[in-house]
Design a protein around this ligand. Structure first.
Ligand code: R5P
Length: 292
């Protein structure tokens, strides 16, 4: 793609390179360490290794955990100082997206806080399967949500899965989309969250005996939701349980919780040992539409 260069932050290097390949655009390498091993206090450092003067730059960086947000801001600033004429922020997993409203007086609406700082240097923002897409209209820069579900749908079409399952109401729209792409039926459970670590699911008879079931969610964080749904499926005779998500954070007791599943698959919005499918085609398509 003429006139576009791609830069990747350290949280999203394989994805950024894959997007550059999809767009047939030059990739600008970044130095992340001034001295071998980086700064002893853990602060981030970035240096663009090629010129971006006069270019339209696509900056790809997931902003979770916090240090990756700092690195995003450093890169965006360096790109602007380097004379780029346009900056498109591609934030595959938007950190702080789940604090999408003021639940109690005095709270920060964290998702909007992040957007305000991104808007300082970026002309537009593309992000993926965000917790509350309605929030994007209040961001201070043009923002588009790209769905990561087609990538999961492609994966689930190719593997041993008979049925897709939404663990809660929020996930139903995602599972519907994945099921249409995978060409497989879907059902749902009804989850109640008791606290950050504990969820329950209402008992519901599911047609899962001797079948392979994929639980599909936007995010796996502690794995509590997935483990609870997986136990319900196994207790009803499911032969195999696969957990699939767009954003695999895998924090806290996630590794322990996910032992309830036979397989875990996530996309590369957050790189992890469970990353099995890339959302590069989804972002490349959205960028082509944006830039056309
Ligand atoms: C909640 O609305 C989300 O869709 C996920 O179900 C939730 O973030 C998963 O969190 P955890 O893995 O900690 O249960």
């Amino acid at each position: 793609m003429a006139g576009v260069k791609v830069v990747g932050g350290s949280a999203s290097l394989p994805l950024a390179r894959a997007i550059a390949r999809e767009l047939n655009a030059p990739y600008v390498d970044v130095g992340f360490e001034k001295h071998p091993g980086g700064f002893p206090d853990g602060e981030r450092y970035v240096r663009l290794m090629d010129s971006v003067a006069g270019e339209h730059v696509v900056l790809v960086q997931t902003t979770h955990p916090d240090a990756n947000m700092v690195e995003y801001l450093l890169l965006a600033d360096a790109i602007r100082d380097g004379g780029a004429t346009r900056l498109t922020a591609v934030i595959p997993y938007f950190g702080y997206g789940r604090q999408d409203k003021r639940f109690l007086d005095g709270e920060a609406v964290s998702a909007k806080t992040m957007a305000k700082h991104i808007a300082v240097d970026a002309d537009e923002l593309l992000t993926m399967t965000i917790h509350n897409p309605d929030l994007l209209a209040s961001f201070p820069l043009p923002t588009r949500e790209v769905s990561g579900i087609p990538a999961l749908g492609r994966y689930l079409k190719a593997v041993d899965v008979d049925l897709l399952l939404a663990p809660d109401d929020n996930a139903v729209r995602l599972v519907k989309e994945a099921a249409a792409i995978a060409g497989k039926p879907y059902d749902s459970l009804d989850k109640t969250r008791l606290d950050s670590y504990t969820v329950t699911v209402a008992h519901k008879e599911l047609a899962v005996r001797d079948r392979s079931v994929a639980i599909v969610d936007d995010v796996i964080s502690t794995g509590g939701t997935i483990a609870t749904a997986a136990r319900e499926l196994k207790s009803q005779g499911a032969r195999r349980v696969l957990a699939a998500c767009v954003h695999g954070l895998f924090v806290g007791r996630a590794a322990e919780n996910l032992k309830a599943c036979d397989e875990v698959a996530s996309t590369d919005t957050v790189q992890s040992p469970y990353t099995k499918v890339s959302v590069a085609p989804e972002f490349a398509k959205a960028l082509r539409e944006r830039l056309a």
